[in-house]
Design a protein around this ligand. Structure first.
Ligand code: GRF
Length: 206
């Protein structure tokens, strides 16, 4: 049996997507993966505490006034030290430097709470409601040099109902995020998909 692929999780806050990934692994839904390290740019991130409680390697690497490239270099070093194969951004609220992105080509994933390319950036759920969409959702995508832009791995939709506010909509989307992230990781680790242009397609068996 081949070795498990080692995930590096980057988060800044609550960490519910990290917990969903960790639960998928401990529940046997991601047999090809293990979490090598959880890194946060915020020492007090609840997600980092949750990682520690689970006995995982949990490391705070704060920017501390350093330039982005310098801060990212420290994170890259930590990821390499833990022999990370795939990086999952899970509510990581900092833009990655071009050096970071090019250090791990097609090996950084992000989850965003809208159906990209609609509503990139902050407060996607609020943007969705304000625009008046009737269907919302989440997107797991590869990270490239542009914000919320890389090749889409998968998306899940939810209805927007008339009584929604940003909190009810965010909660409905979050439920789907927790399913989507593990599915997307499984897809990437399966080696059964490839990027064709901007499309992420199953490799034909023939
Ligand atoms: C999620 O909505 C995710 O889509 C966005 O940031 C939020 C992180 O939530 N990128 P959590 O920290 O995983 O609970």
């Amino acid at each position: 049996m081949s070795a498990r692929k080692r995930l590096g999780i980057l988060l800044s806050g609550r960490g519910s997507n990290f917990v969903a990934i960790a639960d998928a692994i401990s529940g046997g839904k991601l047999p090809g993966a293990e979490i090598a390290v959880v890194i946060s740019n915020k020492a007090d991130a609840p997600g980092l505490a949750a990682a520690r409680e689970r006995g995982l390697n949990a490391v705070a690497i704060e920017a501390g006034g350093r330039k982005r490239a310098e801060h990212d270099a420290a994170i890259i070093a930590c990821l390499r030290e833990h022999s990370v194969d795939l990086i999952c951004l899970a509510g990581y609220m900092r833009l990655l430097s071009p050096e970071f992105v090019s250090s791990f080509p097609q090996r950084i994933l992000n989850i965003h709470p809208s159906l990209l390319p609609a509503f990139p950036g902050l407060d996607a759920q609020r943007q969705s409601l304000a625009y008046g969409v009737k269907v919302a959702g989440c997107t797991v995508h590869f990270v490239d040099e542009q914000l919320d832009h890389g090749v889409i791995i998968l998306q899940k939709t939810v209805p927007v109902v008339d009584t929604d506010d940003e909190h009810t909509l965010a909660a409905r989307i979050l439920e789907q995020e927790h399913v989507a992230y593990a599915e997307a990781i499984a897809r990437v680790l399966s080696n059964k998909y490839r990027i064709v242009g901007r499309r992420y397609l199953p490799v034909s068996e023939t």
